[in-house]
Design a protein around this ligand. Structure first.
Ligand code: NAP
Ligand code: MG
Length: 402
């Protein structure tokens, strides 16, 4: 059979450890036999990041801006222990952080749902995608411990040293205490909103957004207003056309509604809400190996990846020659996400159809009872078999061929 042709390269960001091994297996067994893969390859493995003084990470992000679609393998974020393990020149920053900063993007995380892995919330029959605003608020704060008999004020000064605002935060009197200053910018909130509206249109799902604007009448209200303004002026007619809805409510009401819902929407969260809720939703849907992630920039570039890390514990076993059973599903779906998007942008329906087929073959494999250890331990299927990392991918390949 002739291989499916591509017209524009996919930006390929290779990575580290167990996921680097899975990456190669996926390419060899699941992609290359069927697609004449056109990719622009960037090696984000830690050794090559170190050799290029991390320039390769910046280059890969710039290429994503240029071509619009990237697929990324999980990568090590160095810490002190990695400095010695890899004899690094510097403690390079998190590649995901660098790429996110260059693309100014928002990260969307969604679970892959299969029969036999039931969510802990029985009503959640469709995925819930969490979009977390990754800028500002508590994550860029300034905070102080305050001694008794101290008055704390909020002061704003313009570039000409004029006080433009001064307000009392609290007069501490006879007790000590704490204060915190947080901020956000209209630009960052606007980018967040546009990324979310674009992704809702792209995936044809409703978008929910929530803050605590009744209590935070200026700060949180600004988020609500920016969303509303951008929605009304740029997206309302597109949402109407796509038959999807933008829904705003208070954060506590949103939490209650999410628990009662059957899923199938995007939940846009402020930074802290997203930090907390994404871990709750991920845990409720089962395994980290089944969670995908996509970074969407406000001008429409997409970078697909698995939500998990490089699975170091399994890699060390692999290095010792022991068998591993590492789940490759999220990494496979990163590839299919990228190929589908390339197919859509380049009007190559065959490429998109192939990606869909590969996703279906992956889901069918697990639903037929063949799975990796992480799923084996939680699957409710009566007939199930635990396979190793390689055999799981080979089983999917045989289904795609069939
Ligand atoms: P991790 O790689 O996500 O793995 C944590 C544990 O979760 C694993 O030991 C394993 O549990 C389970 N797990 C995760 N993915 C799995 C999969 N696909 N199949 C089966 N089990 C899976 O997190 P980590 O160990 O904290 O971090 C390892 C490295 O990854 C670090 O260097 C970190 O910097 C990096 N990291 C990268 C990214 C990214 O590139 N996006 C994200 C997070 C972390 P068991 O050991 O119980 O089997
Ligand atoms: Mg968290």
């Amino acid at each position: 059979m002739a291989k499916i042709q591509m017209t524009t390269p996919l930006v390929e960001m290779d990575g580290d450890e167990m996921t680097r091994i899975i990456w190669q297996l996926i390419k060899d067994e699941l992609i290359s036999p069927f697609v004449d893969l056109k990719s622009e390859y960037y090696d984000l493995g830690l050794e090559h990041r170190d050799a290029t003084n991390d320039q390769v990470t910046v280059d890969s992000a710039e290429a994503t801006k240029k071509y619009g679609v990237a697929v990324k393998c999980a990568t090590i974020t160095p810490n002190a222990q990695r400095m010695t393990e890899y004899t690094l020149k510097e403690m390079w920053k998190s590649p995901n952080g660098t790429i996110r900063a260059i693309l100014d993007g928002t990260v969307f995380r969604a679970p892959i749902i299969v029969k036999g892995i039931e969510p802990l919330v029985p009503g959640w029959t469709k995925p819930i995608t969490i979009a977390r605003h990754a800028y500002g608020d508590m994550y860029r704060n300034t905070e102080l411990k305050i001694e008794p008999n101290t008055k704390v004020e909020l002061v704003a000064t313009d570039n000409n040293n004029n006080n433009v605002a001064k307000m009392l935060i609290h007069d501490f009197g006879d007790t000590a205490g704490i204060v915190q200053g947080i901020h956000n910018t209209d630009k960052s909130i606007g980018s967040f909103a546009r990324s979310c509206f674009n992704y809702a249109l792209d995936t044809k799902q409703d978008l929910w957004f929530a803050t605590k604007d009744t209590i935070s009448k200026t700060y949180d209200h600004r988020f609500k207003d920016i969303y509303e303004e951008i929605y009304e002026s740029e997206y309302k007619s597109k949402f109407d056309g796509a038959g999807i809805e933008y829904f705003y409510t208070l954060i506590d009401d949103a939490v209650a509604r999410v628990m009662r819902s059957d899923g199938g929407y995007i939940w846009a969260c402020k930074n802290y809400d997203g930090d907390v809720m994404s871990d709750m939703v991920a845990a409720a849907f089962g395994s980290l190996g089944m969670m995908t992630s996509v970074l969407v920039s406000p001008d429409g570039a997409f970078e697909y990846e698995a939500a998990h890390g490089t699975v170091t514990r399994h890699y060390y076993k692999h290095l010792k020659g022991e068998e591993t059973s590492t789940n490759s599903v999220a990494t496979i779906f990163a590839w299919t996400g990228g190929l589908k998007k390339r197919g859509e942008l380049d009007r190559l329906p065959e490429l998109s159809a192939f990606a869909e087929k590969l996703e279906q073959a992956t889901v069918d494999t697990i639903e037929s009872g063949v799975m990796t250890g992480d799923l084996y331990s939680i699957s409710s299927l009566g007939q199930k078999k635990k396979v190793n990392t390689q055999d799981f991918i080979k089983e999917i390949a045989s289904r795609v061929k069939a």
